[in-house]
Design a binder for this molecule. Structure first.
Ligand SMILES: Cc1ncc(COP(=O)(O)O)c(C=O)c1O
Length: 377
């Protein structure tokens, strides 16, 4: 039966209804399983497999590639476990990899590992599909769109076609968009990879990552990597994540509406520069984002006139937690430059819209902006 995405999110990965069983079985806490005789699967040892992962993997696969059979999903301990699993399991010494130069700030750490292992790493910006210019001879293209924290967007289909024509694999970090915003496999990617710590699970109470792909051999390499490094999710995290999926569409819809309302509000403020939100019609990435995204995400980026101004704004906002991470039900924001590592101005704010009432959030932001600018509300 073909269903809408809200219905799909509510039922994703649920086992067949059985009398006296819960809809979503509780977490299976097991380091090992009863295993007399030949040691055959599905469940042998807890680092290889777990029934709670199996249900979550089924659910994530249904969201990333609805209606497709043969899709394989691997859940891992965190988003970085998923990112590293793809990059480090698919390439080796002598291969070349293309990364974005404006991606998540831990990517350069993976780059160091790759280079230590004899992999050539090339980088180019996300915007303008600039990675096209360094693709020749690459084994794998890594795309992050929208990029974190700059919110640039590239044309996944165009890059994937160009990479495949050169024999390269394509992985897309889908963290910011979530599968309800964008489906990388349908746009031609070989891997959809994400931190499920963010919008997918949305409560800021767990870390988790996943890799989805269509090719069984590619998936087997990722699964083997998970086993070798032991980057496995806990059963409790996997279960909480699965439970959270039921509200994914509700959360996403409110978050995206709030992010757009905030972006529109910020666009009218004289002290705000560098505003980015792919859902804003005047955003430079809006045209390409509209081709490939169905929702534009919860994150809005902008600059205030310097560090002190940005800190005053964050201190004044009452409905917005000053915290890193994004995609949660409670709005949060941070001065991104406090970490170092991102090429951003001192007054750069990454704002993650939660599910609060839109009017409350906009009013709180306006009040905090006024107070930060030295104006009484
Ligand atoms: C785009 C992107 N990819 C990957 C990660 C890593 O995820 P995790 O923190 O779950 O390891 C993050 C974290 O912020 C991210 O923003």
């Amino acid at each position: 039966m073909s269903t809408g995405e809200g219905t799909r999110a509510v039922r994703a990965g649920l086992p067949k209804a059985r009398k006296h069983e819960p809809a979503l079985p509780g977490p299976a806490f097991a380091a090992h399983y009863h295993l007399p005789g030949e040691p055959t699967g599905p469940y042998t040892y807890g680092r290889d497999s777990n029934p709670t992962w199996t249900l979550l993997e089924q659910a994530v696969g249904e969201l990333e590639a609805p209606g497709e059979t043969g899709v394989e999903t691997v859940v891992l301990a965190s988003g970085m476990a998923a990112v590293s699993a793809v990059l480090l399991s698919q390439v080796g010494a002598g291969d070349a990899v293309v990364l974005p130069d404006d991606g998540y700030q831990a990517l350069p750490l993976v780059r160091e590992r790759l280079e230590d292992y004899g992999v050539e790493v090339r980088t180019a910006p996300t915007g303008g599909d600039a990675q096209l210019s360094v693709l020749d001879g690459a084994k794998l293209l890594w795309i992050e769109t929208p990029s974190n924290p700059g919110l640039d967007v590239c044309d996944v289909r165009r890059l994937a076609d160009a990479a495949h024509a050169r024999g390269a694999l394509v992985a897309v970090d889908n963290t910011l968009a979530t599968p309800l915003g964008q489906r990388p496999l349908a746009l031609g990617a070989d891997f959809a990879v994400a931190s499920a710590t963010k919008g997918l699970t949305g409560h800021g109470d767990l870390l988790l990552g996943y890799v989805v792909c269509r090719d069984a051999e590619l998936a087997a390499r990722v699964r083997q990597w998970r086993k070798v490094v032991g980057a496995i999710p806990g059963p409790m995290e996997a279960w909480l994540a699965h439970r959270s999926l039921a509200t994914l569409q509700l959360r996403s819809d409110r978050q995206c509406a709030n992010a757009l309302a905030l972006a529109r509000t910020l666009a009218g403020r004289a002290e705000v520069t560098g505003l980015r939100y792919p859902g804003l019609p005047e955003d430079p990435a809006h045209a390409v984002a509209s081709q490939q995204m169905r929702r534009f995400g919860s994150v809005v980026s902008f600059e205030l006139p310097g560090r002190d101004h940005a800190e005053r704004f964050l201190a004044q906002a009452r409905l917005v937690d000053d915290a890193t991470s994004f995609g949660g039900v409670r709005s949060s924001a941070e001065r991104r430059g406090r970490w170092g590592g991102d090429a951003v101005a001192e007054g750069f704010i990454r704002f993650s819209a939660g599910v609060e009432d839109t009017d409350d959030l906009v009013a709180d932001m306006l009040r905090a902006l006024d107070a930060a600018a030295g104006r009484d509300a």
